[in-house]
Design a protein. Sequence first.
Lengths: 485, 308
Amino acid sequence: MPYIPPGGKPVPIEVIEESLYEVRRKIYPRSVSGLFARWRFILVFATQLLFYGLPWVSWNGRQAVLFDLIQRKFYIFGLVLWPQDVIYLTLLLILSALALFLFTAVAGRLFCGYACPQTVYTEIFMWIERKVEGDRFARIRLDGEEWPWGLRKWRLKITKHFLWLLIAFWTGFTFIGYFTPISTLGSALIHLSLGPWQTFWLCFYSFATWGNAGFMREQVCKYMCPYARFQSVMVDKDTFLVTYDKVRGEPRGSRSKSADLTSLGLGDCVDCSICVQVCPTGIDIRDGLQYMCIGCGACIDACDQVMEKVDYPKGLIRYTTERAIEDKESNQSAIRHILRPRVLIYTAFITVLTAAFIVSLATRNPLRVDVMRDRGALAREVEGVRIENIYRIQIMNASENNMNVQVKALGLDGLKVLNSQGQIVTEIEVGPASNLLMPIKVSADVGANEAGNYPIHFDVVAHEMSGDELITRTREEKSTFIIPR
Amino acid sequence: MSDFFSSGWSAYIALVALVGIFWCIWLLFSQRKAKVVHTADGAVADTGHVWDGDLRELNNPLPRWWMWMFLLSCIFGLVYLVLFPGLGSFPGVLGYSTDGSLMQSMTNANDELKPVYAKYVKMDIEQVAADPKAREMGQRLFLNSCAQCHGSDAGGAKGFPNLTDGDWLYGGSPENIKASITYGRGGVMPPFPQLDSNQIVDVANYVRSLSGLSADDAKAARGAQVFAANCVACHGPDGKGNIAIGAPNLTDKTWLYGGSEATIIETVTKGRMAMMPAQDKVLSPEKIQVLTAYVWGLSNSKQPAAAK
């Protein structure tokens, strides 16, 4: 039975029994230069400068960005976040997801091509590989050498892996430096006194970097990354993508420079296969949009160079939209379709959420109060006329300054707040980025009140000196007061 | 430890786990080769399944590293089942259990804390009570183990003594407090069914007069005789109590259950039973040392401990 491709003529088929588990075919991407390669270099440099550099920045005498998991305090420059602030992380993740949707709808997988750690480290590792072993053909030749390996091959492979491991190790080290102060981590490393978990994570992240960027590479994008699989629901006919202009290029074929194209009946594609050789995921962009395409633009750079050499107009492979190719539209006119509903909706969501994020961060109250009634002892009579209820008050100071805290109880006549020793609580000092748990008694005149539960609330006022500025923070916390029978 | 009614369930679960894993391995092996349709130019054709008009199912091979990962996971599963509990009630050759792990963590935590407590064990209670760090630790122990009855502020409640007022049923010396915490106390006030209600009212008035509270003089005078006949054995001839058996001092205006006439009548009529549970099985001797110092310090520190 012949096979009928969609919309095509039947073709003869053959049935072969073959293995369902395919050995990875190693990809030897050829080096490329041009606009997109330059942009990628800039972004690799910028992201890594940020990643490797940030742990070394200090702020107020501590590491500027530190996620202290043991103390459960997360320092981000002037901000100290506590586990209670997890809502900000949630917001940040939602914002990131929306940004990903927006970028994908407008211009495809920009994240994959320029900022994804998988791409960035693969790029760095490939750069080292190229410097040590040479470009595509040199590497293919080197790997093709028969066993036993010669001295040169040993030397090159060892050099390459040594450099790879060095970078992988530094990456792992930096990563842990976000969770343990990196300066103490450094000295602990030199004295070989890292803790067992630090050692484990150091090895784990080093190994993961080395394995993913050195060996797994495009396999991660092709088989592990979910983003590749669901991008197709985020792109549409007006999304700018790395596209081969098949209207202009087909039918492809090699030709001599002087040949007359119209008589040969050929398109602009000279079928030099450079676009395939430079592709880091080993695909042929001329087959159309594929889930393996990470949108890096290497084929654009490569094809433009070829087009220049053969004196054809550049842009046989270019960033453009499906509609533009079909309607033979220029990019200038295709860009008019950018304001489509999905783009507008994503933008609106991002704007609203970003505003909410900034406003709530700016107005965040670093004073938190929790009041817990004693469950065992409901109430007690003192001096025959007053009723005492006991509470534990927890005051959390999430700022980096001392707080002087006053606590008042309101809601019943003559409520007094006393400490364990029975003295009126005047001012409590809570240190920077710390919390304080303190048993307090609240005593009330029974007066004309009948037995029962009365809602009361605690008004907590904190004064904080930030530099020369006195800031007042307030919190209200509800509780109940019990007058026993 | 097996929670099954019948050992058949254990075998059933073990069987499901093992058959599952071996079935996965068999599946992987049996699917290693397949007839794949190629077009003449060598490209993989689809399986002929088409959805939504244009979604064609291709028949591309899996990456081989994926197969190895899958196999590795199966082997990991089998090794895990040998080492750890998972095959029904088989406990695994490592003998791991969540109970044991908890016990181990607690032992480790106690070992880690040993040096922290070590210096306090050698010190007198008075010295420990003066140490701010020890007071902080003592308060945490108190909030964990004592506050349920005595209140977070140690002020007590009806039937649960106030620990801050300097009045002690069983004595307030550090040794006495330590003994109360370690071994617990049981305080019993027996009921007095042999007394008639007038006698009980009389004795209640007498007891109130001991503390200088308002009382009917005539009733109190009669009550003194009732007291001498029934109460002195424990509370003593002058009503000052006896710390050896925890009989309260009736002259100090401190009342465990309340000092109103009605409450005292209830106490005498029905008796009282109080229980301080022993902590020797719950807290280590070092922790009891620090806790004793904290409790002692509540009523003995010269300047009240800063509320921390």
